[in-house]
Design a protein around this ligand. Structure first.
Ligand code: CP
Length: 311
């Protein structure tokens, strides 16, 4: 058997960059961390988490992963940083790099903010994208894949419905990018005005009520109020009625179907609050798995950069 050369991931910014072997390796490694595997860094490694958009899960989970790996986390507060005085992202990273930060985990509202940064010859720190505008959210995608694998043991043949505010969702884009390649069938549902035809290449736009009883995974997306130019006509009750996963709709799901949500949840809008605590809803499991998947991602970047004595 020919050994597969490990994909060199100096930065992790988009699911487009992943081959399927690497996705499998990261899931296996995250499962090992979940089972208690540990890493010993023989040299210090410093991380900074730069969140220019709000976050609870991703920020806390990356910091937990960094600490579990034995890294030193250096506090960075965007609101009190010199970005507020007009310093560019590039110069911010140049500063952190010069100070000795090895890894920057970043979330920013600008789609693809990382493109010039990862190719910049004067920056020598790793970048992990923790969400770029309506672009991608690779760590959420990978923890979602880990959760689906943990539940079903495979991806091939699964029907995955991604439902809601598709065009504004980096979670939808990252998951759509890889689920089909892994052998799943992807379906989209939600308001047509919040659908973007660039998703057509990944799956079909359907009505939630037409497919509910046929899907294996029901991935509900948050209505991203902060990304909508105008919401004058938006009604929570009307959205729930037309597109939400309600208790009534959930009664039509197969017994084996799981409900997923990246969080934060608008309870009783895209997902009924009463469904969140049910066994089929994997919301808490997704968040638990997120720490282990982020450990696997960070370890991969450290290895590619020969940091901490890892190879
Ligand atoms: N899923 C997710 O990205 O959640 P946070 O915005 O809380 O990080």
């Amino acid at each position: 058997m020919i050994a597969h050369p490990m994909q060199n991931m100096q930065n992790i910014v988009s699911m487009r960059d992943f081959d399927l072997e690497t996705i499998g390796e990261l899931i296996t490694r995250a499962e090992a961390f979940k089972a208690g595997a540990q890493v010993h860094l023989s040299k210090p490694v410093y991380a900074a988490n730069l969140f220019f958009e709000n976050s609870t899960r991703t920020h806390t989970s990356f910091e937990m992963a960094e600490r579990k790996l034995g890294m030193t986390v250096v506090n960075f507060d965007p609101q009190h940083s010199s970005v507020a005085k007009g310093e560019t992202l590039h110069d911010t990273l140049l500063t952190l790099d010069a100070i000795g930060i090895n890894l920057a985990v970043m979330r920013h509202s600008q789609d693809g903010y990382y493109r010039n940064l990862i190719s910049s010859p004067d920056l020598d720190l790793g970048i992990i994208n923790a969400g770029d505008g309506a672009g991608e959210h690779p760590s959420q995608c990978l923890l979602d894949l880990m959760t689906i694998k943990e539940t079903f043991g495979h991806f091939a043949g699964l029907r995955v419905l991604i439902c809601g505010d598709i065009s504004h969702s980096r979670v939808a884009r990252s998951n759509a990018e890889v689920l089909g390649k892994l052998g799943a069938t992807v379906l989209f549902a939600g308001p047509e005005e919040w659908y973007d035809h660039s998703f057509d290449q990944f799956g079909q736009l359907v009505k939630i009520d037409d497919v509910l009883d046929t899907v294996d995974v029901c991935m509900m997306l948050r209505v991203q109020h902060e990304r909508h130019a105008s919401e004058s006509g938006f009604s929570k009750a009307a959205y729930r009625e037309q597109y939400g996963l309600t208790v009534t709709r959930a009664a039509r799901l197969k017994a084996s179907t799981i409900i997923m949500h990246p969080g934060p949840i608008n309870r009783d809008v895209e997902l009924d609050g009463a469904l969140v605590a049910t066994k089929r809803c994997k919301f808490a499991l997704q968040m638990r798995n997120g720490v282990f998947m982020r450990m696997a991602m960070i370890e991969r970047v450290l290895k590619a950069r020969h940091l901490g004595g890892l190879n």
